[in-house]
Design a protein around this ligand. Structure first.
Ligand SMILES: *[C@@H]1O[C@H](CO)[C@@H](O)[C@H](O)[C@H]1NC(C)=O
Ligand SMILES: *[C@@H]1O[C@H](CO)[C@@H](O)[C@H](O)[C@H]1NC(C)=O
Length: 381
């Protein structure tokens, strides 16, 4: 079959008026080229959902106060420029892409995300969001999780027009998915200020029940949309981040109330993933114990090569934990020596420790399996 010839054939009768226009011709070529791309089994796509821990720059395109698009963010990124990542350098999704041997996934709102680049996957995450719609409202315009899932549907339509419905479904089924949610529902909702509306409405255990039941719906929807390999991180040790050491802690240690929140939420989340896997009949959801991964280097930071986990590299006030990281902030000279880059987010080096656990962690870190097991299983299918 030769579509170029058949488009050209009417031109034999009236050469001047019926020439195929270059745009049509070009789009046919693009279509044919994409049709010959390797199948998704050879190049695994990667999708990212969640909050600032995994946002690679979507908020740059939005009117929001939750942004990381000015220096010194990105100071250790390959371009040494801010990108919207809440890190001095690479973030968790970048490091996972590195392990997959793939290009980093672009933010879904990036104008550069089109054509063949869509097949690498997409990052839908948006700083400030949570499980609940009323989490992070103070940041104004962000992409809440239900909208992130709508964008996945839109993404699938766009890819379908490139490679057809069957290959699109296979691409999504074969993809790795990362979702990081929940921290903001505590920090930027329940504990945002004393007597917040949610804390007057719910006791902490009841609030955890509520957000777990909402999270379960979100994960079930991801499955319906085609996700089959989903890494789910619980919340980190919220009480130990420099912001909370500065704001809440009276002992210079981790704040017990926020630690209690993580200790209630995470085991409930693991149980929910187990139940979902049992309902589906196969291990779609994998728990990544981010709490434990962080606690290792927080309790014993020197063993991990950090000089401190209690002071942010970039910030001001006690623990460098007050306000935003800006040009005017204190900035540490050696980012690799700090577990926390800013008041809430790990440094690139801490992200590397975490992602190495994703890859090779034992069952107490990754359950029921780590990423290297997933990759090996899918390889042999
Ligand atoms: C959050 O908003 C979405 C629509 O954007 C809605 O479907 C969902 O039910 C809402 N969740 C809650 C808990 O109200
Ligand atoms: C991955 O997880 C499995 C099962 O928990 C474990 O046996 C293995 O040592 C881990 N690491 C690697 C590199 O597979």
């Amino acid at each position: 079959m030769c579509p170029a010839a058949s488009t050209a054939s009417p031109s034999t009768s009236s050469t001047s008026t019926m020439k195929p226009t270059p745009p049509l011709f070009l789009s046919l070529l693009v279509f044919l080229a994409l049709g010959n791309l390797p199948l998704p089994s050879e190049s695994r796509a990667f999708f990212v959902f969640g909050d600032s821990l995994v946002d690679s720059g979507n908020n740059n395109y939005l009117t929001t106060t939750a942004r990381a698009d000015s220096p010194p963010y990105g100071i250790d990124y390959p371009t040494h420029r801010p990108t919207g990542r809440f890190s001095n350098g690479l973030n968790m999704p970048d490091l996972i892409s590195e392990l997959l041997g793939a290009e980093p996934t672009l933010p879904y709102l990036s104008p550069e995300l089109h054509g063949e680049r869509l097949l690498v996957g997409a990052n839908f995450a948006s700083a400030g969001i949570g499980i609940l719609n009323d989490t992070g409202l103070q940041f104004l315009n962000t992409i809440r999780i239900h909208k992130q899932l709508e964008y996945l549907e839109q993404y699938k339509q766009r890819v379908t027009s490139l490679i057809g419905p069957d290959r699109t479904e296979r691409l999504v089924n074969g993809a790795l998915v990362l979702i990081t949610l929940g921290g903001n529902d505590f920090v930027n909702n329940y504990y945002l200020f004393p007597f917040s509306p949610r804390s007057r409405e719910f006791s902490l255990p009841d609030f955890v029940d509520f957000i777990i039941s909402e999270y379960k719906k979100i994960l079930a929807r991801l499955y319906v949309l085609g996700a089959r390999r989903v890494l789910v991180t619980g919340t980190g040790p919220l009480g130990c981040v420099p912001a909370e050491l500065a704001r809440r802690s009276r002992t210079n240690g981790c704040d017990p109330e926020l630690q209690r929140a993580g200790n209630l939420f995470n085991p409930r989340l693991w149980q929910t993933l187990k139940n979902l896997n049992a309902e589906i009949g196969t291990d779609v959801f994998v728990a990544a114990n981010a709490f434990k991964m962080h606690m290792d280097f927080i309790t014993n930071s020197r063993a991990y090569g950090f000089i401190t986990s209690k002071i942010a590299c970039c910030g001001q006030g006690p623990h460098n934990g007050i306000g935003f990281c800006t040009r005017a902030s204190n900035l540490c000279p050696n980012r690799n020596a700090y577990a926390f880059w800013d008041a809430f987010h790990p440094s690139e080096r801490a992200n590397r420790i975490i992602v190495n656990h994703f890859m090779t962690g034992s069952a107490e870190y990754m359950n029921p399996m780590n990423l290297s097991t997933i990759l090996a299983m899918d390889e042999s299918e």
